[in-house]
Design a protein around this ligand. Structure first.
Ligand SMILES: NC(=O)c1ccc[n+]([C@@H]2O[C@H](COP(=O)([O-])OP(=O)(O)OC[C@H]3O[C@@H](n4cnc5c(N)ncnc54)[C@H](O)[C@@H]3O)[C@@H](O)[C@H]2O)c1
Length: 372
């Protein structure tokens, strides 16, 4: 986006794949930007995550070690200039969004003009990608479920891919809602083609976006394959932080929670404790990943499937909690998909009892309440 301020002429060809910018010639002859985001490491802006535009790389590195205070001031000036360029382009029609790297947060702290007009300090004039682009799939319980084949054998990974694909296809045959079906179709396509793309560079591991039902069914089927010897060694289940339940992060994972609770850490903590009691092999509760220390709490887990009956029970209990905890919370905060999904999950599992929220029918009541 440093380039965004430059008036590019018609002949110039732009190849800025990394910065995800799309240029277009407008009627004035200027090349303007249609879509914009920023991917600097703004979760750590003053220790090398963001380099100020005023200095060259070597110069900046030196200043960082000799005068970190001055470096910080230059970063903040640079961020203000950066946002001024974004605002100018946005005024001409660019769609800008936050990538989940604390860019808007740090820009605001630097004094840049990113606050939404007439809103409180926590609302920015540009959305986070979770608010605007992902389509609230977390409320449907979808997130990056993943597993690692401890045998390290690519053949085991191929077997798990094929198991996951059959499980999702079978779920569609048994019937899923329209919103879930679309996600399943995308995920089936991904898992069918994943092996062919040779993406594995280390551990034989796979990520597959899935909902609660999919995660539990895949885990049970993989566990069975281990017990039958079709997979040679245990498989470890986990997921990303960027998921339904594990992370409280008002500038990323929980940025589309609008009832004020996005600024609490309860969900991640309950996720961590609940997973621990329901059979996770290990759990972790930590702070700061991706958006900066003090801005996020993450709960994570690992669960070893060893082919035993106990492992199957643990997977059923723990994965259900790991997803439903967050869906329930998103339901209470008024996210519609989450309401739909938690009702559906209660139908499928009579043991699950979630208190349902009562929707405010007359918005004026809220206005009145705020006035008093
Ligand atoms: N949305 C998500 O799920 C998600 C996923 C991964 C990472 N992230 C976040 O995205 C950020 C970037 O992650 P990464 O792994 O790509 O980090 P990285 O440090 O590898 O890349 C950041 C890049 O920004 C460049 N840069 C620094 N200052 C710049 C400036 N003023 N102008 C232009 N470029 C500049 C650096 O040279 C570097 O290439 C992090 O804050 C990370 O937490 C978000």
């Amino acid at each position: 986006l440093g380039m965004a301020e430059v008036h590019l002429n018609e002949e110039l060809e732009c190849e800025m794949t990394a910065s995800r910018l799309v240029y277009e010639l407008d009627t004035t002859g200027e090349l303007l930007v249609d879509l914009g985001s920023d991917q600097t490491s703004c979760h750590n802006p003053f220790s090398g995550g963001y380099y100020p535009v005023q200095l060259g790389f070597e110069e900046a590195k030196q200043l960082l070690s000799t005068n970190p205070g001055k470096f910080r001031t230059l970063v903040q000036e640079s961020l203000k200039r950066h946002v001024a360029a974004i605002n100018r382009l946005a005024d001409k029609g660019m769609f800008f969004w936050d990538y989940g790297n604390a860019f808007l947060l740090e820009a605001q702290r630097a004094g840049a003009d990113v606050q939404k007009r007439g809103a409180n300090k926590t609302e920015f004039r540009y959305p986070s990608y979770v608010q605007h682009i992902m389509g609230d799939i977390f409320s449907l319980g979808f997130g990056p479920f993943r597993w690692v084949c401890t045998s390290g054998d690519p053949q085991d990974l191929a077997t798990t891919d094929s198991i996951a694909m059959s499980v999702l296809e079978e779920s569609i045959r048994q019937g899923v809602s329209t919103s879930v079906k679309q996600q399943y179709h995308d995920n089936i396509r991904w898992i069918r083609e994943a092996g062919r793309h040779s993406l594995v560079v280390g551990s034989q591991a796979r990520i597959l976006y899935s909902d609660q039902r999919g995660r539990v069914s895949i885990a049970v089927a993989i566990n069975r394959a281990i017990s039958e010897g079709r997979i040679k060694a245990p498989v470890v289940l986990s997921r990303d932080h960027h998921d339904v339940s594990g992370t409280d992060s008002p500038y990323r994972e929980t940025s589309n929670i609008y009832d004020g609770s996005a600024f609490c850490a309860d969900m991640a903590v309950q996720n961590f404790v609940g997973d621990a009691f329901r059979g996770a092999t290990w759990v972790a509760l930590h702070n700061g990943g991706g958006v900066g220390w003090g801005e996020v709490i993450n709960g994570g887990f690992g669960l070893v499937l060893d082919g035993s009956k106990e492992a199957e029970e643990r997977a059923k209990m723990m994965l259900s909690w790991d997803v439903s905890n967050g869906v329930a919370r998103r339901c209470w905060s008024g996210n519609d998909y989450a309401y739909e999904m938690i009702c559906q999950t209660m139908k499928e599992n009579a043991a699950l009892k979630v208190t349902l929220p009562h929707k405010v029918v007359d918005e004026n009541i809220l206005e009145q309440a705020l006035k008093h």
